[in-house]
Design a protein around this ligand. Structure first.
Ligand code: FCB
Length: 483
């Protein structure tokens, strides 16, 4: 008789995943939906930002994107063809609450209700992310994430979506990558709302953490007892260029990772991060009771991972040759840091191989990251909620997209996840970023991450080789021999 354990643990050497492992793909509302002016949707900060001259490559916007709003049936049919077990999408806050709070736009809620029902009818488990960066513009007008009140408005929105969808979705995720919202949006200024003020970015980081905590409480109040709540972070796997760079690693790890992980999973901000950043802020925006709210238990932690980070201490001789002091910044250019507090460390250019984002490909660092999170923050289930790669895909004369490089990237990272599971990390699922080529934020339509090619002139969808390969991985619950 098979024991529970032997049925769930992959045998050493095999590339099969544990029974029940969740195979999915992920998207985000502004990147795919289009239909920005339809059915009562309000404006978001990305509508505003993408229409500002010079903010997005080639002047691209998400006005049409992949037109998923009108093509959900076709896109769900593609998901079914791939055999996806789950689909992670985000809800557009301004479709639900056009001015961020107050009156609910029924048509917006209906769109997501239908989407969830149609996914369930296709035997695909829906995972909902509440905030993937499209803050209602009306809330930006009252200060956005720099304003503490936005966290309370987020909880109001979480309650509306939780009450409408919570009985049918597997997991509701509060935020996607608050690091990006806080620091790319308010310090580097390369994402909406495009601000460049370090103190504001740190206040935004805390208010995002608070929004998560208040959102968890609001969701728990309306979800059934089986409802699951999570948070997705883009964690950086930070290493030093040499042994002497230990303090640089600690410093960047604190600002990239622990400033989010610790309040949520330990109920406190790391003392070294508080100290490191005192020259920027006095942290007076942290109020009594905030950390209790922020550390409400979650059922899973989502991790988005693409590429490792190499740092060194900021001494004058290396500053001259170093790139920006950041962690995975796709827009990084030589020059002083545009990230709060990272002036004590500099990012070291890394060797290839690279993806089309110039992000180094290094799957082993994903194993290291997962094992570290499991060790330092035990007891929380983990999910890879995004992993994937942009490459310069082309449609071949045979009409196909032969993206062997993407297959290799995903296969190697799946092997890395498998390795982490064997080392004890409790990883329950993997979502490819992304289902369809889409609006890649400041890069517009110039970077293709999809399993499915989109012709942005005709909006025609075409399965890439990687989509068919991923279908076989899902069917086998693991990597084919030799992959
Ligand atoms: C992540 C975002 C996602 C996508 C990928 C490439 O940071 O969550 O929307 O842009 O990067």
């Amino acid at each position: 008789m098979l024991t529970q354990t032997s049925a769930q643990t992959p045998a050493a050497g095999s590339r099969r995943f544990p029974d029940g492992f969740v195979w999915g793909a992920a998207t985000a509302a502004y990147q795919i939906e289009g239909a920005v002016g339809e059915a009562g949707r309000g404006r978001s900060i990305w509508d505003t930002f993408s229409h500002l001259p010079g903010r997005v490559r080639d002047g691209d916007t998400g006005d049409v994107a992949t037109d998923h709003y009108h093509r959900t049936a076709e896109d769900i049919a593609i998901m079914a063809e791939l055999g996806l077990g789950a689909y992670r999408f985000s809800v557009s806050w301004p479709r639900i609450l056009p001015t961020g709070s107050g009156a609910v736009n029924r048509a917006g809620l209906d769109f997501y209700t239908r989407l969830v029902d149609d996914l369930l009818a296709a035997s695909i488990t829906p995972l909902v992310t509440l905030y993937h960066w499209d803050l209602p513009e009306a809330l930006q007008q009252t200060g956005g994430w720099a304003n503490r009140d936005t966290a309370a408005r987020f909880a109001e929105y979480a309650e509306v979506v939780g009450a409408a969808l919570g009985d049918r979705v597997a997991t509701i995720t509060t935020l996607n990558e608050p690091w990006c919202s806080a620091f790319l949006g308010h310090a580097a200024g390369v994402h909406a709302p495009g601000l460049r003020d370090d103190a504001t970015a740190l206040a935004a980081a805390h208010h995002l953490n608070l929004a998560h905590g208040l959102g968890v409480a609001a969701l728990r109040a309306v979800l059934p007892a089986t409802g699951r709540v999570s948070l997705t972070l883009n964690l950086a796997q930070v290493r030093g260029a040499s042994e002497a760079d230990r303090d640089a690693v600690r410093h960047v790890d604190g600002i990239a990772n622990r400033i989010f992980l610790d309040p949520v999973l330990r109920g406190s901000y790391p003392a070294d991060v508080i100290d490191d950043l005192r020259h920027i802020t006095d942290w007076s925006f942290i109020q009594d009771g905030d950390l209790t709210a922020i550390s409400a238990p979650i059922d899973a932690l989502g991790i988005n991972y693409y590429s490792p980070t190499l740092v060194t201490s900021a001494t004058p001789d290396i500053v001259a040759g170093a790139t920006d002091a950041w962690v995975n910044d796709p827009q990084s250019a030589p020059g002083p840091s545009r990230f709060p507090g990272t002036d004590r460390a500099y990012a070291v250019p890394q060797d290839g191989p690279y993806t089309a984002m110039h992000w180094r490909i290094e799957p082993d660092s994903l194993t290291d990251l997962l094992v570290r999170v499991h060790r330092d923050y035990p007891g929380v289930q983990l999910m890879i909620t995004e992993n994937g790669a942009a490459f310069d895909d082309a449609v071949s004369p045979d009409g196909e997209v032969h993206d062997r490089d993407r297959i290799d990237y995903i296969a190697a990272h799946l092997a890395a996840v498998h390795g982490a599971i064997q080392a004890g990390a409790d990883v329950r699922g993997y979502f490819v970023w992304t289902l369809l080529d889409n609006f890649e934020w400041a890069w517009g339509y110039s970077k293709r991450f999809g399993l499915v090619h989109v012709d942005f002139a005709t909006l025609q969808r075409r399965l890439k080789d990687s989509a068919r390969w991923y279908r076989d991985v899902i069917a086998a619950n693991g990597l084919p021999t030799g992959a």
